[in-house]
Design a protein around this ligand. Structure first.
Ligand SMILES: [Zn+2]
Length: 274
């Protein structure tokens, strides 16, 4: 019997009363119930585009509940450049400053992309250019948080510069990268260079919690992708709904491993080597 299966099966035998209490919150768990660092599921809270509301609304409540999030930073955004010290403070609290490039290039040929400036049109980039930009974003973030590793999030979820994929460049620089495909991920099949994520835009707290319950039932990893939290972006969630989700995660922390993307990705890698 593989070591992991042995541990899981023996662990289940010893759950006892704890398992009964867990069942009050969630349906009964099946096999592989503790694959996420001893818990049945993992939740990653990601926040894109270095918004002011992340510093003003999100970091304080994460800190108050003891959660660490991942903030995907584009270095050129004013809300990053004008508040560098606040981002350093957030990193000091243990939050991940993820790489989201310097200039957030997206494909300007996609309908509705009038906001893409010609100089940052990803359809006109080369792979070498996006690779250099991402490397410089890493240098910038390392100067702020002193970390040698972090994860990446593809701007607009796009993985091509011009007509070529730049995913191989991401593999060289990062342990993992978040995509935008809406799916839960299994620990044995997740593509670490296209980790699925649920874009949050107007959902209620209950709807967000329902996803956590689903992840628990499927022993999966669930990544939330936030932009605005209480405003500042067209993709937005209310403060109350965001808070409701976080309080649920806190109340159920015995069953839900909440960690930054870097930590979860490194855990998946470590486990795959066993
Ligand atoms: Zn973005």
């Amino acid at each position: 019997m593989p070591l992991l299966n042995w541990v899981v099966s023996h662990r289940r035998m010893s759950i006892g009363l704890g398992g009964l209490l867990i069942a009050l919150h969630f349906p009964a768990a099946g096999q592989d119930e503790a694959v996420w660092k001893g818990k049945p599921c993992a939740v990653v809270l990601t926040y894109d585009d270095a918004l002011n509301v992340h510093l003003d609304n999100v970091v304080p409540i994460l800190d108050s509940l003891g959660f660490k999030g991942t903030f995907y930073i584009s270095g050129f955004f004013p809300s990053f450049r004008q508040r560098v010290r606040d981002w350093v403070s957030a990193a000091g609290e243990g939050h991940e400053l993820g790489n989201h490039t310097l200039f957030h290039p997206c494909d300007g040929t996609v309908p509705g992309r009038d906001w893409v400036r010609p100089e940052y049109d990803l359809s006109l980039y080369t792979v070498g250019r996006i690779a250099d930009e991402i490397a410089m974003a890493n240098t910038l973030l390392e100067a702020l948080d002193g970390k040698h590793t972090r994860t990446f999030a593809y701007p607009c979820g796009e993985m091509r510069a011009g007509d070529s994929s730049y995913v191989d460049e991401i593999r060289k620089e990062f342990p993992g990268a978040r995509g935008v495909g809406e799916r839960l991920e299994q620990i044995d099949s997740v593509n670490l260079y296209d980790v699925g994520a649920y874009m949050v835009n107007g959902q209620s707290g209950e709807e967000l919690i329902r996803l956590v319950r689903e992840a628990r039932g499927k022993h999966a990893m669930l990544v939330f992708l936030f932009h605005g939290v209480g405003g500042e972006h067209s993709l937005d969630v209310s403060l109350a709904d965001h808070r409701q989700l976080l309080l649920f995660l806190r109340q159920n922390e015995k069953d839900v491993w909440v960690a930054p993307m870097r930590e979860v990705v490194e855990y998946v890698r470590e486990r795959s080597r066993q």
